[in-house]
Write a protein that binds this ligand. Structure first.
Ligand SMILES: NC(=O)c1ccc[n+]([C@@H]2O[C@H](COP(=O)([O-])OP(=O)(O)OC[C@H]3O[C@@H](n4cnc5c(N)ncnc54)[C@H](O)[C@@H]3O)[C@@H](O)[C@H]2O)c1
Length: 330
């Protein structure tokens, strides 16, 4: 049978011009809701570990039945890439038709990854942070930090952002770029404790030894713990995690590779102590924050459903605006 088939190639620049934060938030919130309602398929990420290069590579498949969309992302994490001017995280996403299985589009997904990760943080804070939150603390000032702040800006009236990184140059670059979307006061610091004086704390470092101490975090703080997304990574002291209401994006992934993976593997936290998955809160099955003094943690590992939902928007918008390059497949 001779069926002509082509697919759409979308470069990183195409994706940047097609995906905005409001659309990413809407797509990811719907995906979380579907996850909470059990309407998604998402096998755990599979990892290759390149220990001699301090890096890893993951594949992330998912199917969203309600959106009639499926796909797979291939993504790496190599923190030392920054030393040679390359991003730590780079990704490629393939969108497939659930009906025939055919690939519909292939796109650069480095920007998409940052946007859908930022969107997840914004949504989590919407349900878990105090609504009057005004001060944001950033621990880590790299690629993910920028989109975290971009998404928080959609939900909160932010008047101060305290930015900590081990490199003050990274803090300065962060402020320069963040001012393009959020004009407010910025305080730059090389002391992580300063960043913890806040209403919403965002951690986006690749560390394996906690950078945030329990004693520095005051009651009522919400924490988006984004950086720990592989076995052995941990940004928050275990005592802090134990003191908090823990909401994960996906329990299996978080236990394997999220902020809770180290405390659980050391027997210092039990899986039953995880309060909920964010999708259960978005779907209205479980309450989010219930008191002003609660410390809440959103343990984000990054879900393939976030990529499929965001990739679908990019594809649809590309078709409407005739963006991208049609490639002949067969
Ligand atoms: N949860 C998710 O969905 C998700 C998605 C993408 C990336 N990530 C994870 O987020 C982390 C950051 O990714 P990125 O793309 O922003 O990387 P990046 O390299 O752009 O930024 C990381 C920042 O952390 C800083 N840093 C590194 N070690 C530090 C330390 N010991 N103390 C203080 N600062 C330190 C670096 O200077 C850099 O500014 C990685 O661990 C990555 O695996 C998670």
């Amino acid at each position: 049978m001779g069926v002509a088939m082509d697919l759409l190639w979308l470069s990183e620049d195409d994706v940047k011009s097609l995906l905005n934060m409001d659309d990413a938030i809407a797509a990811v919130e719907n995906a979380f809701r579907d996850h909470g309602l059990g309407k998604t398929q998402m096998p755990p990420k599979s990892y290759l570990y390149f220990s001699k290069y301090d890096g890893d590579l993951r594949t992330m498949p998912a199917y969203l039945e309600g959106l009639n969309s499926a796909g797979v992302k291939i993504v790496n994490v190599h923190p030392r890439n920054r030393d040679i001017g390359m991003p730590t995280v780079m990704a490629l996403f393939v969108l497939n038709s659930p009906e025939t299985g055919a690939p519909l589009a292939v796109m650069g997904a480095t920007y998409l990854t940052s946007m859908r990760t930022g969107a997840a943080g914004g949504i989590a804070a919407k349900y878990l942070a105090r609504p009057e939150s005004k001060v944001v603390g950033m621990v880590g000032a790299g690629a993910q930090a920028r989109t975290q702040l971009m998404a928080l800006d959609r939900f909160f009236d932010i008047d101060l952002v305290t930015v900590y990184d081990r490199s003050i140059e990274s803090c300065r670059a962060f402020e320069r770029e963040a001012r393009a979307f959020l004009e407010c006061d910025y305080k730059l610091t090389t002391n992580p404790q300063d960043a913890c004086e806040c209403d919403i704390l965002v951690t986006t470092t690749p560390v394996r030894s906690p950078v945030v101490k329990d004693a520095w975090v005051k009651p009522g703080t919400h924490i988006n713990a984004i950086g720990a997304d592989a076995k052995g990574k941990q940004e928050l002291e275990t005592a802090l995690t134990r003191r908090a209401k823990i909401v994960v994006d996906d329990a299996a992934q978080a236990i394997h590779s999220g902020e809770v993976n180290v405390p659980i593997s050391e027997g210092k936290l039990k899986p039953e102590e995880i309060y909920a998955q964010i999708g259960e809160i978005v779907a209205g099955k479980v309450h989010g924050r219930t008191g002003k003094d609660e410390i809440t943690i959103f343990d984000s590992t990054g879900l393939a459903i976030q990529d499929v939902a965001s990739g679908r928007i990019v594809y649809e918008t590309a078709l409407k605006s005739s963006k991208g390059l049609r490639l002949k497949l067969m």
